[in-house]
Design a protein around this ligand. Structure first.
Ligand code: CAA
Length: 389
């Protein structure tokens, strides 16, 4: 089976997929285990990924990007994550949570000043919605921004911000009118070099350990009105629609992890012998491989279909929420399933840091949590399908 079940992949797509595959093998594979172990941020490879055009794949060339489509982004991200999900996380936040947001909702000045350096890979970006007391219930945030002439003054604490320890620019969602609940949330583009901004300690994580995550704190942080993305009160809708794009990225990441776990397992079952035969000859192992492969191909169909749904809305408008949530839900549970089976198939050596299989297992778990847990995806899908709340 080739990796183009729907006949969607053009020669341009194939080129970026191959470039990402080669880059991941040559530059990331040799360092992935070391950076996972140390938890250091992989500045050098991320910089090179920026030079390759991987940090703003869907951004038009006039704004520093590669000017390609969503499927191109998905294919490249899948290849990077097949080798290392940490690099993939950094890439996905830049592309779908930041660049997509500024491209869709930003004005010309914001595109020139914030989008272009991030899409060109010269600056690292982050997206900040979650707070210590508001995760899945994103609308219940407590951080505040008060208008003061041509500025807003921000106060509060946001948590679990991917890339925050290294980010130059952060898209932050914050309450400007608490009495309006989610309709009182606004979005701001934050320059992290300004006074009143600080970063909390780096989170010690189970997986994606080379992608840095921390809290961020605002203490009387002054942000100019011109840095507000969209209108006042539009922040929640911006956050949600941008997460739709982000969830396609997490689906692609999950697909990459699942494929890596599957391919390692396939190779091992052809070589490892027990009771006088290859372990792949045991039905108990063969059936695991069959389930892994089937779920991977189903994830691929959902993920590529979600990419195409998003692509369509670029011309026609509308939402791709359902497609993105279904892809994220199924692909992330597939990544966890495949990584779990891969460790089981490998036995003791799968539990050891000698092989990357245990890293796939640790990295897979976050895909069921960030950018909306599996439970939130089920809620989104069921609400859209039933029309009930
Ligand atoms: N696109 C556009 N608008 C949307 C939307 C979407 N996908 N989803 C909701 N909206 C709009 C609704 O139409 C509604 O508009 P009106 O006020 O005009 O009616 C408004 O937003 C409120 O919607 P809901 O009533 O559905 O809101 P809710 O409070 O019930 O929340 C939710 C819905 C699905 C639970 C949402 O809060 C959610 O997705 N939660 C999970 C948050 C999440 O994914 N967090 C991860 C953060 S990022 C991260 O992981 C860290 C990182 O660095 C990667």
């Amino acid at each position: 089976m080739n990796n183009d079940p729907l006949g969607l992949i053009t020669s341009e797509h194939e080129m970026i997929r191959q470039a990402a595959r080669d880059f991941a093998q040559k530059e990331i594979a040799p360092i992935a285990a070391e950076f996972d172990e140390s938890g250091e941020f992989p500045y050098q490879t991320i910089k090179k990924m920026g030079e390759m055009g991987f940090m703003g794949i869907e951004v038009p060339e006039e704004y520093g990007g590669a000017g390609m489509d969503t499927l191109a982004y998905v294919l490249a991200l899948e290849e990077i994550c097949k080798v290392d999900a940490s690099h993939g996380t950094i890439m996905s936040v830049n592309n779908s949570l930041f660049c997509y947001a500024v491209l869709r909702y930003g004005n010309e000045w914001q595109k020139q000043n914030f989008l272009t350096p991030v899409a060109a890979g010269e600056k690292i970006a982050a997206y900040s919605l979650t707070e210590p007391m508001s995760g899945s219930d994103a609308g219940s945030m407590r951080s505040r921004a008060e208008r003061d002439g041509e500025f807003y003054i921000l106060n509060g604490r946001k948590s679990w911000v991917t890339s925050a320890p290294v980010a130059d620019i952060i898209l932050v969602f914050i309450m400007t009118q608490p009495d309006l609940a989610h309709k009182g949330i606004s979005a701001f583009l934050i320059d992290t070099t300004q006074p009143g901004f600080s970063r909390g300690k780096k989170e010690p994580k189970l997986g994606i350990r080379a992608s840095a995550t921390s809290e961020i704190v605002f203490e009387n942080f002054r942000v100019p009105v011109e840095n507000r993305l969209g209108e006042e009160g539009e922040g929640f809708k911006i956050a949600m629609s941008v997460l739709d794009a982000g969830r396609i990225g997490i689906a692609a990441q999950s697909l990459g992890i699942a494929e890596a776990a599957y391919e390692a397992s396939l190779e091992y079952t052809r070589e490892r012998e027990a009771f006088g035969q290859k372990i792949g000859q045991f039905q108990g192992i063969g059936f695991k491989l069959a389930d892994m492969k089937t779920r991977i191909e189903a994830s691929r169909l959902l993920t590529y279909a979600a990419a195409m749904a998003k692509e369509k809305t670029k011309k026609s408008g509308g939402r791709f929420t359902l497609e993105a949530s279904m892809a994220k839900l199924f692909a992330s549970e597939t990544a966890m399933f495949c990584a779990h089976e891969a460790v089981q198939i490998h036995g003791g050596i799968g539990y050891s840091k000698e092989l990357p299989v245990e890293r796939y297992f640790r990295d897979a778990k976050i895909t069921e949590i960030y950018e909306g847990t599996s439970e939130i995806q089920r809620l989104v899908i069921s609400r859209l399908e039933t029309g009930l709340r």
